[in-house]
Structure formats: C-alpha cells, structure tokens
Design a protein around this ligand. Sequence first.
Ligand code: HEM
Ligand SMILES: [Cu+2]
Length: 621
Amino acid sequence: MSITATGKRSFGAFLWDYLTTVDHKKIAFLYLAGGGFFFILGGLEALVIRIQLIVPENDFVSAGFYNEMITMHGTTMIFLAGMPLLIGLMNFAMPLQIGARDVAFPFLNSLGFWLFMFGGTLLNLSFLLGGAPDSGWTSYASLALQSPGHGVDFYILGLQIAGAGTLMGGINFIATIVTMRAPGMTYMRMPLFTWSTLITSVLILFAFPALTINLFLLMFDRMFDTAFFNVALGGNTIIYQHLFWIFGHPEVYILILPLFGLFSEIFSTFSKKRLFGYTAMVFATMLIAFLGFMVWAHHMFTVGLGPVANSIFAVGTMAIAVPTGIKIFNWLATMWGGQVTINSAMLWALGFIPSFTIGGMTGVMLGSSVADYQYHDTYFVVAHFHYVIVGGTIFGIFAGLHYWWPKMFGKVLNDALGKLTFWLFFIGFHMTFFIQHFLGLMGMPRRYWVFLEDQGLDMGNMISTIGAFFMTAGALVFLYNIVYTAIKEEKASADPWDGRTLEWSIPSPPPFYNFEQLPLVRGLDAFWLEKMEGDGTMPAGEPLQDVHMPNGSFLPFLMSLGFFVAGFGFIYQTDNSLWYLALYGGMAFAIGCMVVRSIKDDHGFYIPKEELQKVLDREAK
Ligand code: HEM
Ligand SMILES: [Cu+2]
C-alpha cells in the first residue's frame, strides 16, 4: 500500500471513504460540514425571526410558526451548529498539537459524529412531520408538557441521540490528551487550545448527564404519563428548570472555552510573542470551568428561590468576571510590544475582545439578582447572550477556520475576501444586537411574535433586522471565499503563519498518519523553540518504526441509523403501537452492530517503516 497515493477518486469512493473514516482529520471535516449546514439553517431561522420583527404587528409568519422558529433557531445554533463546529476544530487541531497520530478511540469518534448527524436530522424532520418543537430552546416543562403534536418529542429524541455523540466526543478528547501526548509534552507545555479542549471535555462529561436525565424525565411525562414535572399530578416544574440550567450554564462555557484557547494561539502567533501569563491562563480556564457549575440559578432569579439563594448565585456569577478579566488583560499584554500582523484570523480575534467584553459586562449586570427582575425575559437578555455567543463563539469559529484552513486544506483563504467577511459580519453583529439592549430596557419582551405600534420600538427593530442582513452578506462572502480559494489560491506551505506549535511542523495538509516519527517536545511553543534554538525542525521522539493505524468502519453509521429509527418508534408509539416495531427494531439493529463490533477481530494495519523512510528522504531533499 503506497502511503502517498494522491490519484483522482470517483465520487463513490470519496463518499464511501467519508462514510467509513475513523481519521480524526476527516471526522473534523464532517463536523465542519454538518455544523456549517446547521449554522446556515439556524441563520435562516434567525432571518425569519428578524423579518417578522422588522415592523410592528407584522404577519410575515404565524404566531405558532414563530414559536417554532425561535425554538429551532436557538436549539439548532447551540446543539447542531456551535458545538459541532467546535468539536470539528478540536478534532482536527488537538491531536496534531500534542503530537499524536489520532484520538484515543477513532471508532468512537466516528460514532460520535454520526449520532450528532442523525440526532440533528431527526430533530429537523419535525418540520416535515407535523411541526417543529415550539416551547423555546429550553423547553421548560410547564409549556413543553402542554405542547400539542410531536414537535417536543422530536426535540427530546433528537437531542438525546445527538447528546450521546457529544458525550462520547468529550470522553475521547480527555483520554487522548491524558494518554497520547508526544514524548516531552508535559501538561504545562501543552498549547492553550489543547488545555481548553481538555477542560471543555471535562465540562461536557459533568454537564451532559444532567441534560440526558432531564430529557428522559420530560419524555416519561409526555409519553408515559408520569408526574415528574406535571404540577397537576403533584410534580414540580421548577426541578426541570434546575436540571436544565445545571447543564445549560456549563454549556455556555463549553461553547466559549475552546475559543479562549484558540484566541490565545492567534494573539501569540500574530504578535510573534509568547502568550503573556501562560500559567495564569491555564488556571483561569480551570477556575471559569469550576465556577461555571456554581451559577446555574442566575437563570431563575425571578422564579422565587428567595434572597439567600439568589445572593449566593449572584456572587458566584459576578466572581466569574475575575478569571475572564485575567484572560482579556493577558491577550492585550501579549500584543503589547509585539510585532502584530493583522490578517483575517487576527481581525476576528481583535473584533472579539471589545464585543465579548460588552457581553461580559452585561452578564455582570444580569448577575445582580435584584436588577434582573427588570432585565429578565426582555431583549436585554437576548442582546447579552448573542454578544457572548456570536461575539465569542461565532467570531472564534471564523478565526479558527481562517487560522487552520491552510493546514486543513493546503491553501490560505483569500485574505481580502476574509477581511470583507469580517467587516460585513462585525458591523451587522453590532447593528443587530447593540440596539437590542435598549429595546429590552424599554420593556420589549423576548419570544413575542409581534411588538405593538406607538411603543417607540420601531426604529430599533428596523436597525436590528438590517444588521441581520449584513451578517448574512458576510456569511455569503465567506462561502464564496471557500470556492474562490479552492480554485484560485496557491498551495500553502507547511508553516504559512510562522507558527509556534506542532501542527505547523508537518505538511499542509498533513499525511493521514500525521507524523513519520513522533516529535520530541523540549518546551512550551515546541516548534518555535526549535526554530529559535534548534535547526527549525522537530527532533524525533522515537526511532523510525512500523506505524499502527486503525481500519475504517461502516458500523458507526449503521449503529446511529438504528438509534435514528428507534427514535421514530419512541415518538409515534403513543399514536399507534405498530411503531413499537420501529422502536425495538431500531434498538435491536443498533445493539446488533455493537455485537458485531465486539466480536469482529479488527487490529488495524501497519505502515512499514521503509515507506516512511522514503517520505523522510523525499522531504529532506
Ligand atoms: C447569526 C445571527 C443571529 C441572529 C440575527 C439571531 C437573532 C435572534 C433573535 C432575534 C432571537 C430572539 C427571538 C425572540 O426572543 O423572540 C434569538 C434567540 C436566540 N438565539 Fe439567536 N441569532 C443569531 C445567532 C445566534 C447564534 C450563533 C446562537 C448560538 C450559537 C443563537 C442562539 C439563540 C438562542 C439560544 C435564542 C433563544 C431562543 C429562545 O428564546 O428559545 N443565535 N436569536
Ligand atoms: Cu448562565
């Protein structure tokens, strides 16, 4: 088997390769494609929301459909766009940064992706099968239990299946970082992005089970008439809110911590300076993650938990501003006195700092439990979380794509188009969401299908909607840039940015096995160190030897398909017991795949060292 085969492949071969791949890089591309698709869907839903609110008392869509739009927009953007895009970036870069050939469990990695894709598809098929969920992205039990039709059931099963995939991803990343670092890569030599990936995965491990349990209890109440949350039957609807936010608040840190790590890489690389306060940054990330589990009830200040509980959660919430502030200052200090290059990736990073800081400040305002009685469930809250999620997560994802695109696909995204994307999106973002702070302070509630005339809300909503179109234009320029770059741009070098970490020490794109020999790491910013004190190449951390790699498999796809079918069975068995066939049939099929997986003897394959030697000889020339 030649390890350098690059001949043209048929579409069928290409498709089969991606349906069966267990390569972390290809699975990363699948996550970026799947997450990108759902980002477009979530963006279109946001446009429908903003068009409905462009003028007072509009009737662009019906009230019921509007409820479906806000529910699906929020749910899709968080579970099917934000997180998968991040898992895509972590899947691609983290193994390269620690000097590994793949993640610890490649099969599980593939399964995690297909569960996400089938869960997301199941959820969105609800649009075609009687109506999408309509009780908000939080689906509070008091509303979700009354919601007619099967929309909320699709929400429950879709998120259960996709959520299982996310949990597997988190476990996989922890096992990889703990067990597969290259020789010399001690914890305090790991890049910040890898640290953030580790801490985010720990958050996933502790937060997602709360969501899983909550969804099961909601499912039992809706499908099997139990009374966990059903007040009429003696249940307690507030418990749903506690369980949801015990997951929900750490979820927002799952969405932002990887980007904090990424921005540290970008500021350091494009200032040609080591990250300021590396150790403080690592511990600040841990502190944010830890405190992130102590603040969930700030989403419930107005529920009536009482002054003692509210005060405790208010103090916890405000305390998080401290480690976050440390990060902001350390990024500024990293640029201070550096040779700063402003390309597209750096522009997103620079746009992030003021935008996210505004979001952080309004977060502290909302953390004041007393004042929150004014802000709660108004557009001030909508403005706040879009400032931190769009200004943080989405800006970060754009930055990460511009930063790692050459390593992923072998070409640098066109910089002029990159900057145009940024400015259209940045201006649109602030137009859409800054004015919403004031709409909220003027009393505009969130989740209302219309606003009334003569309440002074017209101009603000018009500006907000125009802003949404600017963001759309920015996103379209980005899509155009992908095509333009693929056709027009020159092939990128292995190290187009004069990088500091290991991924820039191997070719762009990397060979499927990543490293002929695992590198020896001799300090923080391992590659930069070799450039400054070595001969600019990574020393070998192991002798040249045959390299073991895993085989691809179609089982993850099939197993996820089984759960997908079982999901339908769960949803429709309340209408007709024939659907138990789909429920048990799907489950049996999925379990059958697991049995095949456990009895089939698959030990992967070896790349002979002679082949690797040929590559090394060619590169040495
Ligand atoms: C890209 C442009 C975006 C626009 C124009 C936009 C617009 C909006 C608007 C106007 C609402 C409020 C609807 C209402 O309360 O009636 C909303 C809700 C929401 N948005 Fe966005 N959004 C965008 C991106 C995002 C992103 C990237 C995320 C998350 C990753 C997100 C998450 C949410 C959530 C969770 C809600 C709450 C939904 C609910 O009330 O159940 N949005 N969005
Ligand atoms: Cu929160």
